[in-house]
Structures are given as C-alpha cells and as structure tokens.
Write a protein that binds this ligand. Structure first.
Ligand code: SF4
Length: 435
C-alpha cells in the first residue's frame, strides 16, 4: 500500500507578528531551533508497525514544499500548533481518495475535531491498537476511533524506522527510552497522556535503536525525548554505559534532583552528554505551587542557582526552561528571569509563554473561567499569548517577552557564557592532569 507519513510545517510564530524585532536572528532563537530540528518520532515509530509490503514515504513539509505523488494511506501526528495545517492537507488528500489517519496528543484530546478531517483517529498510545487498525484496513472496514484502553508495555514498542529519514538536514535525532512523569504539572499534556507511572524500554531495545540511528547518521546528536531521563538510577547507569561505549553526543530532559548526586553527574558528563534541559518553570514559589501541587518543584526553587552551578561545573550545559504568564507573574517577571539567566551563566534557555494546550488541567481551568480568547491552534506555539493574562496588557506582555529574547542574545552574555565554560573545562583538565 502506498503510504505517506506527513509532518506539517512548524510555524514557531505567525508571520504577521513582531516583524521588526528580527528575533529569528537571535542566538537564543537559533539555538532553540537547532534543538527542535528533528524528525517526528511518533511517525517513525508508527512506521515500525507497518508491514514490509507497505511502500512508505516520510515527508517533512519543513523541508519539502509539497506532497508529490498519489497515496492510498496518509498518517499524521500533529502537535496543537500544527493541527490546522494537518487538517488542510488532510482535506486535500481525502478529495483525491487517500485514506487519512491521525493520532498524537492533540488528536487524542480532540478526536471529534480531527474526525472532521480524517477517516480514523487514534486516542492515546497506539502500540496495542495499531495491529487492530491494520487488520481492519486489510478488511476495508476501518473504524472511526481506535482508543487505547491501557498504557501499553513499552516492550511492545517497535524500533522507529530511522532508515526513512533520507537526506533531511536534521540537527538531532530523537529517541525515547520511557514514558510517564510523576510530577503532573498543570500545563503539561505529556504527563496527562502518558500517566504518572514510569514505563521504559529494555536496554536491548535501546541498543538496537541507537544502532539503527548510527547506521543512517554515523555522527548523530541524539535527543532523548523522555519527560525525565533519569528517574531510575540503575537503569540510567546502564544506558549511560551504553552511550559511552558508542561514543555519541546527546541531550536530554531531566529535573533538579540530578544535582544531588555528584558521582552520577560525573558519569553523565563522561558519557557524551552535551546539555540537560531542566524545567525550572518559574522563580516564584506561588507559581510553582499552582502548577505542581505535589510541591516538588517549589521545594527546589531556592536552590536553583546552586543546582545550575553544580551541573555546569561538570561541563554540562544547562538549558533552563521557564514559562511566563503564570498567575503570580507581574510586570517584573521579565527582568527577574533575565537577571537570573545572566547571574547563573545558564548555557541556554527555553523560555515560552504559558500555553493552555487542550487536554491539560490548565486548559480546563481557564475555559471554566472564560480566560481563553484564542482558538486558532496555530497560535498555540509557546510564543503567543492565547488567554487573558490578568496582570498586563497583551501588547505590553508580548513586547517585553521579545525584548527579553533580544537581551539574552547580547554579545556580552554570549561571551560570558563561552568564557565561563572555557574556565570550567580548564579547571577539569587541571584536575585530570594532577591525578
Ligand atoms: S515535570 Fe515536565 S514532563 Fe513532568 S509533568 Fe512537569 S512539565 Fe510535564
């Protein structure tokens, strides 16, 4: 069966906005773009479940301008900001007789919406439902909805088809070891879909997947998409051992607890880790209580500076993730974050505007109190305000947000960060030389 796996274009921001700010030229923006320049892991994983008899084209519209060719089946897994574009493409394909199937987080929480543009939708993780879909497809009797009843065992998860990447110039290659996060932040869709319980792949599965990556990209920059890579220390140590033996460079998400274990940090540093993204989210205890009622994040808040210093002293760059627009944020939040970033010499930042993604507790709360004013999904991209922010006017908020990006892009900051890391590495080399 002629099958297309289609990635809609990722517009990080609508083109009519902030034309004068030249923010796409900023160092922070470029470094963010590099990190997110990677293929769709969901589509490559689904491709791993398609029979060999299917002829598959993986089409990324961030690189290709159009879909050439006739397909009998097209699969999409759009993010919220890609949903409108996916629907438009799907409508065009269906007119030509292609069967369109969609899944992923946005479709899982709004299946009725997606069904207006597709023949079938997947709700939740598809490892258990995809084989049923394939049988129905063969019989020519597709159901409208394939809903997962449980969180599947990841031993069932196939190796993603990295061989489909072709010549696309991706800067990183994603891989997923586990699903599930115990923190359950109010704005997080991933933890809603994958649940609290931590589930993981076997070391053998991971080895096979990295080998598959190496066969198509001999010098990859591997991006672990897990919500939190180091929840199980014993398992992590085996993975780190594997990464060290394969001599690859990699990047992952984790949380602040990683700074508590210096021996473990040493192992991480030696295994090729280049950066760790940590969700600090906010510098205000009230905000952290609001988004993470278990209080785990709030309890770490006073130690943020020390945590960054400790991790970076191992030569590992910390990418600090912050969200602006939380209930307790006032006009000075932009200055406070800027000050913090400059003071701590954070390697990079991932600063976004709070976005009430459908399916999250935040979306539900804001909808109930009528604070959502924008239902154009393309604006749900982390760079546009889509709800009434009580403490500031929308225009002022967005201006300050982009000014923050520009300030963090100053030559002075970049030079300071580079010098900081140069010193760290010199110190490490000195210690190595004296032992
Ligand atoms: S820690 Fe990260 S992955 Fe876990 S719930 Fe919070 S935002 Fe989501």
């Amino acid at each position: 069966m002629r099958t297309a796996l289609i990635v809609p274009r990722n517009t990080i921001i609508s083109s009519d906005k902030f034309e004068d700010s030249q923010w796409e030229e900023t160092w922070e923006f470029k470094s963010r773009k590099r990190l997110w320049s990677c293929p769709s892991l969901s589509l490559l994983t689904v491709a791993g479940m398609l029979p060999q008899s299917f002829s598959i084209d993986y089409i990324d519209l961030n690189y290709d301008t159009e879909i050439n060719g006739d397909y009998e089946l097209a699969l999409f897994s759009p993010s919220t900001s890609q949903a409108n574009q996916a629907y438009l493409l799907a409508d065009g394909l269906r007119k030509k007789g292609t069967k369109v199937v969609m899944g992923g987080p946005h479709v899982s929480v709004l299946p009725e919406e997606a069904l207006q543009h597709s023949d079938s939708v997947f709700i939740g993780e598809s490892e258990e439902t995809f084989p049923i879909f394939l049988k129905d497809l063969k019989k020519g009797a597709l159901k409208k909805v394939y809903a997962a009843e449980t969180y599947p065992d990841l031993a069932l998860s196939p190796s993603p088809r990295y061989d489909l990447l072709g010549a696309y110039d991706y800067k990183s290659v994603p891989i997923q070891l586990s699903r599930g996060c115990p923190h359950q932040c109010e704005f997080c869709i991933s933890s809603q879909l994958y649940g609290k319980k931590y589930r993981r792949k076997s070391i053998q599965q991971v080895y096979k997947e990295i080998e598959a990556i190496l066969s198509v990209r001999p010098k990859p920059f591997i991006f672990f998409t897990d919500d939190n890579m180091f929840l199980d220390k014993e398992y992590s140590l085996r993975i780190l051992d594997l990464l060290r033996s394969l001599n690859v460079r990699w990047y992952a998400f984790t949380d602040a607890h990683i700074a508590d274990d210096r021996e473990f940090l040493e192992v991480i540093a030696k295994s090729g880790c280049s950066r760790l993204l940590i969700g600090f989210e906010s510098l205000t205890a009230e905000n952290l209580i609001q988004i993470n009622p278990s209080l785990w994040k709030m309890k770490r808040c006073q130690d943020y500076k020390k945590i960054i210093e400790t991790i970076q002293s191992y030569g590992i760059g910390v990418v600090g993730s912050f969200v602006i627009g939380l209930d307790d944020d006032k006009e000075d939040v932009f200055d406070k974050i800027e000050e913090f970033v400059l003071e701590t010499n954070l390697y990079a930042t991932n600063i976004t505007i709070l976005t009430p993604f459908p399916g999250t507790r935040l979306y539900k709360r804001y909808k109930e109190i009528n604070r959502l004013f924008d239902t154009d999904w393309s604006r749900y991209n982390g760079f546009e305000l889509t709800f009434d922010f009580n403490n500031m006017k929308k225009e002022d908020f967005e201006k300050k947000f982009f000014k923050l990006y520009q300030n963090l892009n100053s030559k002075e900051r970049i030079t300071n960060v580079l010098n900081y890391f140069k010193n760290v590495l010199n110190e490490k080399n000195k210690i190595k030389g004296s032992t």
